[in-house]
Design a protein around this ligand. Structure first.
Ligand SMILES: [Zn+2]
Length: 61
């Protein structure tokens, strides 16, 4: 993703997994936090957003 303040492509600063359960259905995400890498930007070094990737969606066996 790009920084919403300066438009420079962000770097991934952290990632973790999250799980949600609805009945038997489980969804597991990898959540990547993005931070700005442009030193002249107000948002430099700060989290600008996150992207969730579904890595599992279904009923665990
Ligand atoms: Zn920026």
């Amino acid at each position: 993703m790009n920084c919403p303040k300066c438009g420079v492509e962000c770097i991934i600063s952290a990632a973790h997994n999250e799980a949600e359960q609805h009945g038997d259905q489980v969804t597991v995400y990898t959540v990547q936090d993005f931070q700005c890498r442009n030193p002249s930007c107000d948002g430099y070094g700060k989290k600008q957003g996150e992207i969730r990737h579904v890595i599992f969606n279904g009923i665990p066996k």
